[in-house]
Design a protein around this ligand. Structure first.
Ligand code: ADP
Length: 415
């Protein structure tokens, strides 16, 4: 049984086609620059040569049509007919207060995703375009929405409320929602498995990619997370400033004459590691510059690590302790030096990194010293697999697909 996973951005579509009999990826790819010049589809089948197709891709519907054509193409395709696709799973950024779990998409769900556009103005409209396009091109195939905010809906009120007048929450839904929920859910569940299928755990998961967030997870449920109403709050990120004194916003606007949209772009696109270092938003470039003696680059890295370390410490306090710390996403999985820098100073908690075990990239491994009271893991995230699994579970529970029809096949990994 095949599941197509779709992640639509404002001008892009990422996709993966899963064979759920063994959870292997048959093909994946990216449509880029939708509605812009030099648009293209980069299609990568698992066991064939990949290809890049340049085309005029005016909208998401045309982009998704190209993806579906590529999947069944004689030369670069991986299935003979689209009828093999049993379900489509969509990553949806904002589910607001309505969605704590993934759901089968119907008109009421679409209306609710529409209502959340003001909370996720950059992503939710693109997600809606993707869902509509799949509905048109694959009529009758069930579609499931998996929300980035869903996993964090278990946060209690004293964690999600801001210190603003209560009416800001009641009238406008201003509260902390949190993001990267699918990733925090995946790596925390995997850590619990690695720790002997325990449920009574206090975990701190660090999703450190271009966007970055930390979550405190107690007994399998999210207790706190560093992103808020939007993905701007919390850690210093690739290009986002993270937590700042809110008075800086009116101060900057008065000083520079920036409009609300301009100040929003200043904080989201020009800040963080990029703005601090003046070099790049990519840690690899900044580390190179720091090694050449660029002091600003070095300070940018230290600001980044200090914020993550501080967040880990505060979540240990919030949960009354911590059993394991998990690193994931581009930087968390791959940067040996940044993991080391972040953990330096956490020994008082009982968390001690083993330098030899830590010398790995992109691989699942415990990296703490043997016998340390707090374990540290690197666990590569797999948000697409969570979306595919949720899609099958939901469709099967509602009788939309028969997952028992699938015979388990040998698993082959597509890196
Ligand atoms: P996104 O949030 O866009 O999905 P990723 O999870 O792919 O981002 O993370 C991208 C970031 O991960 C890069 O900007 C870079 O800072 C960091 N990164 C990736 N590979 C390495 C590496 N080998 N060493 C250090 N940092 C890395």
């Amino acid at each position: 049984m095949m599941v197509l996973v779709i992640n639509c951005g404002s001008s892009s579509i990422k996709y993966q086609l899963f064979d759920m009999s063994n959870e292997s990826v048959l093909a994946k790819g990216l449509v880029e620059r939708i509605g812009l010049d030099k648009a293209s589809l980069n299609h990568k089948p698992a066991y064939k040569e990949g290809t890049v197709i340049s085309a005029n891709i005016e909208n998401h519907s045309i982009g998704i049509r190209m993806v579906l054509d590529a999947l069944v193409d004689k030369k670069i395709g991986v299935i003979d007919t689209l009828e093999k696709i049993a379900a489509v799973g969509h990553r949806v950024l904002h589910g607001g207060r309505k969605f704590s779990d993934s759901v089968l998409i119907d008109s009421a769900v679409m209306a609710a995703i529409e209502e959340c556009v003001e909370l996720g103005p950059l992503h939710n409209p693109a997600n809606i375009l993707g869902i509509n396009a799949c509905g048109e091109l694959m009529p009758g195939v069930p579609q499931v929405a998996v929300f980035d905010t869903g996993f964090h809906q278990t946060m209690p009120p004293h964690v999600y409320l801001y210190g603003l007048p209560y009416e800001a929450y009641e009238k406008y839904g201003i509260r902390r929602y949190g993001f990267h929920g699918t990733s925090h859910r995946y790596v925390s569940q995997r850590a619990a498995q690695l720790m002997g299928d325990r449920e009574d755990l206090r975990l701190i998961t660090c999703h450190l990619g271009n966007g970055a967030s930390v979550a405190a997870i107690r007994d399998g449920k999210c207790y706190d997370t560093s992103m808020g109403l939007t993905p701007l709050e919390g850690l210093v990120m690739g290009t986002r400033c993270g937590e700042i004194d809110p008075a800086i916003v009116p101060f900057l606007m008065k000083k520079t004459g920036m409009t609300p949209d301009q100040v929003d772009a200043y904080m989201n696109k020009k800040s963080g590691l990029l703005g601090l270092s003046g070099v790049s938003n990519d840690v690899r470039d900044i580390e190179e510059a720091a090694l050449r003696g660029d002091e600003r680059a070095n300070i940018a890295l230290e600001v980044y690590c200090y914020r993550v370390r501080k967040c880990i410490g505060s979540y240990a306090a919030a949960m009354g302790g911590v059993d394991a710390i998990i690193f994931t996403a581009g930087l968390g999985e791959n940067s040996i030096s940044m993991r080391s820098r972040i953990c330096h100073g956490l020994e008082f908690l009982g968390a001690q990194l083993d330098p030899d075990k830590n010398a790995i990239r992109g691989k699942e491994q415990e990296v703490s010293v043997d016998g340390a009271p707090v374990r540290i893991y690197v666990i590569p995230t797999n948000e697409e697999l969570v979306i595919a699994r949720d899609s099958i579970e939901i469709c099967s529970a509602l009788g939309k697909v028969d997952k028992t029809a699938d015979k388990p096949q040998a698993m082959e990994k597509f890196a």
